[in-house]
Write a protein that binds this ligand. Structure first.
Ligand code: ZN
Length: 240
């Protein structure tokens, strides 16, 4: 099986379409979504429709949670809050229902999926360093767990000690556990503005990082036209 693991689409239709087309071209047979379908960019309803159409396992992101509520229950920064209240107005009752019903974690085939962390998934903490990763590894009962939320692609491996490993072509070794961030489809923040996702080939035990150029100017134009903060358009081309 070849799984396309997509995360943090954030209502970026152009990036989402590009990633899904690439996954099909790369012979992916299954899709999995790590949450944050909405927020920040201009096509939340369309992105939900696409993911709904994939019929794939999905876990809940913090933006999915907030968009499904009638008003914010947690503090977002000003940019995110502006976008999330705009997003609520774009979503149908069905969209909100889908988001509200998403689970925090799931096991799929031989791996686990979560948006933020495995130790406290509903607290939306960020895994940036080895210590953060170690806390999640404690709750990880499959060799691989895919996560998102930081919008920074990369992975941690654990054989007792935790270290960072590269994901361009990551060969999964028996006896080790891996906590793998696929990067963000719709708003990368690791300095590379290209859309990010991972392919997990379960027959060959390889995880491959993909980065793709997409029609970024179109996504930016729509953000401006929607009256969303200009900074949300500008950050896309910076990958920040
Ligand atoms: Zn996100």
């Amino acid at each position: 099986m070849r799984f396309a693991i997509i995360s943090d689409l954030h209502a970026n239709l152009e990036a989402t379409q590009t990633v899904i087309a690439d996954a099909h071209a790369k012979d992916c047979t299954h899709f999995v979504c790590l949450g944050d379908l909405v927020g920040y960019n201009a096509n939340p309803h369309e992105c939900i429709e696409i993911v709904r159409g994939l019929g794939c396992p999905i876990v809940k992101g913090n933006h999915d949670e907030q968009a499904s509520l009638s008003e914010s229950s947690r503090d977002f920064n000003e940019l995110a809050e502006h976008a999330i209240s705009w997003t609520r107005a774009q979503l149908t009752a069905d969209d909100k229902q889908l988001l509200a019903a998403l689970p925090m974690t799931r096991e799929v085939h031989d791996f686990t999926i979560v948006h933020a962390t495995l130790d406290t998934p509903a607290e939306w903490g960020y895994v940036f360093n080895n210590l953060d990763a170690l806390a999640s590894f404690t709750y990880q009962h499959t060799p691989i767990c895919f996560f998102g939320h930081t919008h920074v692609a990369g992975a941690f491996a654990c054989d007792g000690n935790v270290k960072r490993v590269k994901t361009e072509q990551l060969v999964i070794e028996t006896g080790k556990k891996y906590f793998i961030n696929t990067g963000s489809v719709g708003q990368p923040r690791d300095g590379d503005p290209r859309a990010a996702y991972c392919i997990y080939d379960t027959d060959n035990n390889v995880v491959e990082q993909r980065r793709l150029k997409y029609d970024l100017p179109a996504a930016q134009r729509k953000i401006i036209q929607a009256g969303l903060p200009r900074l949300l358009a500008e950050r896309l081309e910076l990958g920040r």
